[in-house]
Ligand binder design. Structure first.
Ligand code: NAG
Length: 306
């Protein structure tokens, strides 16, 4: 019987503790800063009151929650040295991390649908993507992400036998915890491979790819090159984030299934979990004219107020 787990963290080497703590703190602060800025801009600037930016704000909120779930324990370990985490908190961490990852994929799929309507059906865009539909779509994404992961949490919570309680990772992730269990994990493993691949990852991926097939075929048909560029421009930030997310996922997922626990792999996993939440606000504020001008206006506004 296990009542608590020990989170081993990224490295055992004493000399590395401070640099790792500072690195994680930097990652966390950058994520918070960037995403809070996006959320504030979307709510404060009326040019950003469109479905695309509302979804972006949802995505930013999701990124803040996700990094808080994954990184808070490493930060606490760095501050207090306390590596213990209760059984319930560990299950909760597995559940919330999984839910926020699937929410992220669903939001990106919803955003690609939004781009699809904007480019392939521009005249009816405001009718189709009205406020009610957007609110429904956003809540659907949030709720579905949380429902999809429920079976995993229930199954892990039912495990009674553990070989050890030392989780060789920097947070309670599903795979490192499964590896510790001596209960029958075959149902969970099958679920992870079948539902995880087909529903959680391929479902949103197929929707996203389909939207982009329609988007690209519409863009190709636009006669003028400025028109083509303009249409492509409105979805380039989103496409960049989508590609980045699926690349990091494809790196992250097969890896924990193999038994190695090299520090290098944990660092890689840290960068994979942190890449999208950190880069998402930067991609949107560097590549997107509306966000850029909103940002400039606010900064100018702040300076004048002082
Ligand atoms: C999420 O999206 C919905 C629908 O567009 C919007 O009403 C809501 O304000 C967004 N929430 C956040 C936190 O951005």
């Amino acid at each position: 019987m296990v009542t608590f787990f020990i989170i081993k963290g990224i490295s055992d080497v004493p000399e590395l503790q401070t640099p790792i703590f500072l690195l994680v703190l930097l990652i966390y602060l950058l994520t918070l800063g960037g995403n809070i800025t996006i959320i504030l801009l979307v709510f404060l600037d009326c040019h950003l009151h469109t479905p695309m930016y509302f979804f972006l704000a949802n995505l930013s909120l999701n990124d803040i929650c996700n990094t808080t779930v994954t990184l808070h324990k490493v930060l606490l370990i760095g501050l207090t040295g306390d590596q213990e985490i209760s059984y319930v908190s560990c299950i909760a961490q597995i559940y919330f991390f999984g839910s926020f990852v699937s929410d992220e994929l669903l939001f990106l799929a919803a955003m690609s649908y939004d781009r699809y309507v904007a480019i392939c059906n521009p005249l009816r865009y405001t009718v189709i993507m009205n406020h009610k539909i957007c609110a429904l779509l956003a809540s659907f994404c949030w709720v579905l992400g949380f429902i999809e992961i429920l079976p995993y949490a229930v199954l892990v919570a039912g495990f009674s036998c553990y070989r050890s309680n030392v989780v060789d990772h920097f947070f309670c992730d599903l795979v490192p915890v499964i590896k510790l269990s001596c209960s029958n994990t075959s149902v969970l493993k099958t679920l992870f491979i079948v539902e995880g691949t087909f529903l959680l990852v391929l479902g949103p991926l197929v929707l996203t790819v389909l939207s982009y097939i329609f988007i690209i075929s519409t863009i190709i048909k636009i006669r003028t090159s400025t028109g083509r560029r303009k249409a492509f421009y409105t979805c380039s930030s989103h496409l960049t984030v989508v590609i980045l997310l699926y690349i990091t996922l494809s790196y992250q997922y097969p890896r924990p299934l193999s038994a190695d626990s090299l520090e290098y792999n944990k660092l890689l996993s840290l960068f994979n979990t942190a890449a999208v939440p950190i880069l998402n606000p930067f991609i949107y504020s560097l590549k997107n004219k509306d966000v850029k001008s909103a940002l400039k206006k606010r900064l100018w506004f702040l300076r004048v107020k002082k």
